[in-house]
Design a protein around this ligand. Structure first.
Ligand code: SF4
Ligand code: MG
Length: 320
């Protein structure tokens, strides 16, 4: 299958201001030189604890944030430096589903208008046709017909996320970046929303970048999974290989934390010490070394680069 999105050496840094004159005194390297690609129709899961740069990666790709360096090739074309009209045009092809469906939905707009808005912005379309189109979208995401005339607050969290999904689908995008789309929802409705996304993927021929902080959510969604730690991609591989034979010590800890029905698995639980260090003052060498149980001398000195150690399985760790 052909590649839809290719990220090359992407960096997104935020300036940090300080001192009396609020001058830039440094950079937070939220995304620090990552590369990966997504094929058409594929779902790439992106996992890691919060503060590892997953959302920043998603927001940089959709150009809500500006890349500091690197390339974002969408259908072979670098979109990282687009501006004005040409930037607007990519919004038709790339859409985002946000974590908090309530905060991202206008409270004083009827649901029908929320979903219609992107269509109105991009297409010249008659009123009647537009309404038919919106009704059709609402039905496709499993909302009742009268949802059109209601407001977001009249819906449950799961239904609100369906509204957000309908809006994201309105322009028939090719790529959807879903940033923790079920993290704010009750466990009981999470799988319904995940199943809906899977159905829509087939029906609309969608490609997903699916961001989540835990591996159990991405498991059923992803074909391949990338693991981020402190702005770096530390491991990336096919789903099965990542769950069955994780290589990076960080991934091993994440995999061991997945709740298992088998109580024997508990004994192997790897508990991570401490929190993710501040990206303002990242560790030298391997970003994971202060928390790594198997760190060696070299680990605090040189940063390991991502390399393929098995077919389709890349890891950034000096052990390999
Ligand atoms: Fe641990 Fe060293 Fe591998 Fe980093 S490079 S994960 S510190 S063993
Ligand atoms: Mg996030």
């Amino acid at each position: 299958k052909e590649t839809l999105l290719e990220i090359k050496n992407l960096k997104t840094y935020y300036p940090v201001k300080g001192g009396f004159f609020q001058r830039t005194i440094g950079n937070v390297k939220a995304v620090d030189d990552i590369s990966f690609s997504i094929k058409k129709g594929e779902t790439l899961g992106l996992v890691g604890e919060s503060g590892c740069g997953k959302s920043t990666t998603g927001r940089t790709i959709i150009r809500l944030l500006k890349a500091t360096a690197g390339e974002i090739l969408f259908e072979g074309k670098d979109i990282s430096k687009l501006s004005g009209k040409s930037l607007q045009a990519i919004r038709q092809d790339i859409q985002m589903v946000f974590q908090d469906p309530y905060a991202s939905l206008n409270p004083i707009q009827m649901v029908g208008d929320i979903v219609a808005e992107p269509i109105k912005n991009f297409k010249s379309i008659g009123k009647k046709e537009l309404k038919t189109e919106v009704m059709d979208l609402l039905q496709k995401v499993g909302l009742p017909e009268d949802a059109y005339y209601k407001y977001a607050h009249e819906f449950s969290g799961g239904q609100r996320q369906r509204i957000g999904i309908a809006r994201a689908l309105a322009l028939r995008p090719k790529l959807i970046i879903a940033d923790e789309p079920v993290s704010a929802l009750d466990v009981s409705v999470q799988s319904q929303v995940l199943n809906l996304l899977k159905e829509l993927q087939k029906e609309f021929d969608l490609t997903f970048l699916f961001i989540a902080h835990d591996l159990s959510v991405v498991k059923h969604m992803s074909d391949r999974i990338g693991v981020m730690y402190l702005g770096s991609m530390v491991e990336i591989s096919g789903r099965k290989s990542l769950y069955d034979e994780p290589l990076h010590p960080y991934t091993k800890a994440l995999v061991s934390a997945i709740p298992m029905p088998d109580p024997r698995r508990k004994a192997n639980r790897i508990v991570l010490k401490g929190d993710v260090p501040s990206p303002l003052n990242p560790p030298t060498g391997c970003p994971f070394h202060p928390r790594c149980a198997v760190a060696m001398d070299e680990c605090s000195k040189t940063k390991p680069i991502l390399k393929e150690v098995k077919p389709g399985h890349q890891v950034a760790c000096h052990l390999y």
